[in-house]
Design a protein around this ligand. Structure first.
Ligand SMILES: Cc1cc2nc3c(=O)[nH]c(=O)nc-3n(C[C@H](O)[C@H](O)[C@H](O)COP(=O)(O)OP(=O)(O)OC[C@H]3O[C@@H](n4cnc5c(N)ncnc54)[C@H](O)[C@@H]3O)c2cc1C
Ligand code: FES
Length: 267
C-alpha cells in the first residue's frame, strides 16, 4: 500500500442519477462517508468494491476522486459493465470497501494560466481541481462530450470558470472539437501555460500529439484498466519515453501515474 493510502469501509450517503439516455440512467454521483485521509490531490483515485461484487467480481474498480470535503467523498461514474452496474445498484446505508487516495494527482501552479481539457468522464478530477484552486480566474476549460450535457456534473465548474462546451453528435462536430483543442493548446503553449487533460484514449492521444508537436507543458491522466491499483499486478502498464525499439520500458500507471507529464510517456 502506498504511503498516505488506506483500506477502509465507507457508508453510502446517497447515489444520484444524472441525466438519462433513451430513458435509462447510466451516470451517477456517489456520495460516501468521509474517509480518514490526511490529504489528497485532484487526479488521484480510489479502488472501490461493494460487498455485492461477491465472488463473481474479484477485483475492485478504479474511480477518480471527484471531490471531498469535511463531510463526504464524492465519485462520479458511468455504467459500462458488470462492476459499474453493481455500483449503480448501491443504496443509502450500504458499505463499500475503499482503498485510497491512490496514484499521483495533477500539478498545480496557482499563478499560471491553466487550461483544463476534459473528454466525457474526464471531467471528474477537474471538479475538485477547480473547487480547491486558490486562483480560479487562472483556469479555463474545454469540455467535449457525446451524451447529453445533463449527464455530467458541469454546473459547479461553470459557476467558477469559463467552460467551452462542445457536443459531438454529427461527424463535423469532431472537426470542430479538434480545431478548438488545437487552437487552445497552441495559445497556452505560447504563454508557457499549464495544460491538463483527462478523457478516453482517443481524446488523450489527440492531446498528446498536439502537446508534443507544440512543446506544451502538459499532463495527462491515463485511465488504463486496473486490477490491484497498488503496483503489484502489472496489469495497467504504460510505455515510458525511455522506450527504444530494442527495449520497451513500462511503468505501472496506478502508482507512477495515473497523471503523467507527456514527456514521460509514449501514447
Ligand atoms: C485511474 C482511473 C480513474 C477512473 N475514474 C473513473 C471515474 O471517475 N468515473 C468513471 O465512470 N470511470 C472511471 N474510470 C473507468 C472505470 O474504472 C471503468 O469504467 C470501470 O472499471 C469499468 O468496470 P466495469 O466492471 O463496469 O466494466 P467491465 O465489465 O470491466 O468492462 C466493460 C467495458 O468497459 C471497458 N473498460 C474497462 N475499464 C475501463 C477503463 N479504465 N476505462 C475505459 N473503459 C474501460 C471495457 O473495455 C469494456 O468495454 C477510471 C479508471 C481509472 C483507471
Ligand atoms: S493495477 Fe495492478 S499494477 Fe497497476
Amino acid at each position: 500500500m502506498p504511503p498516505h493510502a488506506s483500506y477502509t469501509h465507507l457508508t453510502v450517503l446517497d447515489i444520484v442519477p444524472f441525466g438519462s439516455i433513451a430513458g435509462k440512467n447510466t451516470f451517477f454521483a456517489l456520495r460516501l462517508s468521509r474517509p480518514d485521509w490526511p490529504e489528497w490531490q485532484p487526479g488521484q483515485f480510489v479502488m472501490i468494491r461493494p460487498d455485492s461484487f461477491g465472488l463473481e467480481i474479484p477485483w475492485p474498480r478504479p474511480l477518480g476522486i471527484c471531490d471531498m470535503n469535511d463531510r463526504y467523498l464524492i465519485c462520479f461514474f458511468q455504467v459500462l459493465g458488470r462492476g459499474t452496474e453493481r455500483l449503480a445498484q448501491l443504496s443509502r446505508g450500504e458499505t463499500v470497501a475503499v482503498t485510497g487516495p491512490l496514484g499521483k494527482g495533477f500539478h498545480s501552479e496557482v499563478d499560471t494560466p491553466t487550461l483544463l481539457l476534459a473528454g466525457g468522464m474526464g471531467i471528474v478530477p477537474f471538479i475538485g481541481y477547480v473547487r480547491s484552486h486558490p486562483q480560479p480566474w487562472n483556469l479555463s476549460m474545454v469540455f467535449g462530450h457525446r451524451p447529453p450535457l445533463s449527464c455530467y456534473p458541469i454546473e459547479s465548474l461553470r459557476e467558477r470558470i469559463p467552460v467551452d462546451i462542445l457536443r459531438e453528435t454529427i461527424p463535423g462536430d469532431l472537426d470542430n472539437l479538434l480545431f478548438t483543442l488545437h487552437e487552445r493548446i497552441h495559445d497556452y503553449s505560447a504563454q508557457n501555460g499549464l495544460i491538463l487533460g483527462c478523457g478516453p484514449k482517443p481524446f488523450l492521444r489527440t492531446l498528446y500529439g498536439y502537446g508534443k508537436s507544440m512543446g506544451a507543458r502538459m499532463q495527462l491522466s491515463l485511465e488504463n484498466t486496473m486490477a490491484c491499483g497498488v503496483g503489484a499486478c502489472l496489469g495497467c502498464v504504460t510505455k515510458t519515453a525511455k522506450t527504444t525499439p530494442e527495449t520497451p520500458e513500462y511503468v505501472q500507471t496506478c502508482t507512477k501515474g495515473p497523471v503523467f507529464w507527456i514527456d514521460q510517456i509514449v501514447l
